[in-house]
Ligand binder design. Structure first.
Ligand code: SOE
Length: 418
């Protein structure tokens, strides 16, 4: 069947997206491309995008490929041509939009971190559990799970290639707020973002650690720091928080962390170490993860995202050592639909794979991964980090058994097997 026939016969999935900044653009790329690269059981249709500024959202719709523009997210949810609501707004609006969309009978994809607080994440997960009983899906956008090398690492760990896990070591470093004159954007204000580097970057690596390990973090010990405590208000923001008499721009208080360091214990007893920062000069989007087991180790660096390093400790020592797997073979996760070996993928492909996996899960009526329950579990880890940091790094345990709300063992499901 050629592509034209497919387009005519494949049932559609109408998508409505709220927010159109960086993440909105990345998700749009996913929705635009997934059905053109992968053979999907439902054809994503980009029905409408929503934002508050009428002219800006119309321009974004044209630029990003959405058929219509809305200025009220409730109107977007109410549209008959929207079956899935994709939330790409700052964290303070996730809970309200996601719960309303689920209650209106829509599937939901929500950007990370799931919410700004554990209470919001709990309410969202409860709504997702209720919606699941009606056949709706709710997924959280931990896109790095969809990097082929990460998905391959998960498969290798599941197959026992590193044996019993002893260590997980993760860092996620950026440098976009090193300059103390960088303005006080929403990501630096707790009321909008929930937390700083911790929620923005830490959410990703906590999810990755738990996903790859296949088990939950049960307790943490943490320190956090805000190095630059006041910043200029962004152009156009209401003046006056601490307006300067000496001609400097008015400044406001930074209410989130710039960096966080924490250690954690996994259910099996394995030890984990985490570092996140947005003031690590020279580090742009540097995410590294290494896992060490009693049979081997795996190591990944997002700046070399087509590669996975593997050390097989069962090999004779004389010839053993880390080797580079170039994750571009057709048998590697997601690669069946892409370029010939060695031609490589990038950051944007994680969003295309995310759209692909969600469409498959919706068509199959399968549980989505990562679910809102997974997002809630990450939120609990982030809250425990803040709690520990506020109390001289005291070891802070997570709720012993959260399985009643669906946050039991982190599902080991590999999304690429659909
Ligand atoms: C900004 O720090 C950011 O865009 C994060 O919010 C994203 O989740 C990450 O993928 C890249 O960096």
């Amino acid at each position: 069947m050629d592509r034209t026939d497919n387009e005519e016969t494949t049932p559609t999935l109408g998508v409505g997206m709220v927010g159109y900044a960086f993440m909105g653009a990345a998700h749009s790329q996913g929705w635009r491309t997934a059905g053109r690269v992968f053979d999907l059981p439902l054809r994503p249709v980009m029905s409408a995008v929503c934002g508050r500024d009428p002219a800006a959202v119309r321009a974004a719709a044209g630029r990003l490929g959405w058929a219509a523009a809305e200025t009220d997210w409730r109107a977007l949810i109410a549209r008959d041509d929207v079956q899935l609501v994709d939330i790409c707004t700052p964290g303070d609006s996730h809970a309200e939009i996601a719960i309303a969309a689920l209650e209106a009978g829509k599937h939901v994809l929500c950007e990370k971190p799931l919410a700004n607080t554990v209470a919001e994440a709990e309410a969202m997960n409860a709504a997702a559990v209720r919606a699941r009983a009606r056949g709706q899906l709710a997924m959280v956008g931990f896109n790095y799970r969809r990097t082929p090398a990460i998905a391959l690492a998960r498969q290798m760990i599941e197959a026992g290639r590193i044996g019993v896990l002893r260590h997980v070591r993760v860092t996620y470093l950026q440098d976009w707020i090193v300059d103390p004159e960088f303005p006080l954007v929403w990501r630096l204000q707790k009321e909008y973002a929930g937390s700083g580097a911790l929620g923005d970057l830490g959410a990703h690596i906590v999810d990755l650690a738990q996903y790859l390990a296949g088990e939950r973090i049960v307790g943490v010990s943490a320190i956090t720091e805000t190095f630059v405590r006041e910043r200029p208000l962004p152009a156009g923001a209401a003046a006056g928080l601490s307006a300067a008499a000496n001609g400097r721009a008015a400044r406001g208080r930074v209410t989130v962390d710039d960096a966080a360091l924490f250690t954690g214990r996994l259910e099996s007893g394995a030890l984990a170490a985490f570092e996140v920062s947005r003031v690590a000069a020279g580090r742009k989007n540097a995410l590294t993860i290494e896992l060490n087991g009693d049979r081997g180790s795996l190591s990944f660096d997002l700046e070399r995202l087509n590669e996975l390093s593997f050390h097989d400790h069962t090999e004779p020592a004389a010839a053993a050592g880390f080797r580079r797997i170039l994750v571009t073979e057709p048998e590697h996760p997601y690669l069946e639909a892409w370029w010939p070996p060695g031609h490589g993928l990038g950051y944007e492909h994680t969003f295309i794979h995310q759209a692909r996996d969600l469409v498959h899960a919706i068509a199959a009526g399968a549980d989505p991964a990562p679910s809102f329950a997974d997002g809630l579990q990450v939120q609990r880890v982030l809250a425990a980090v803040e709690e520990s940091a506020a109390h001289d790094s005291v070891y802070t345990k997570l709720p012993a058994s959260a399985s009643a709300d669906g946050t039991g063992p982190v599902p080991a499901s590999a999304p690429v097997s659909q």
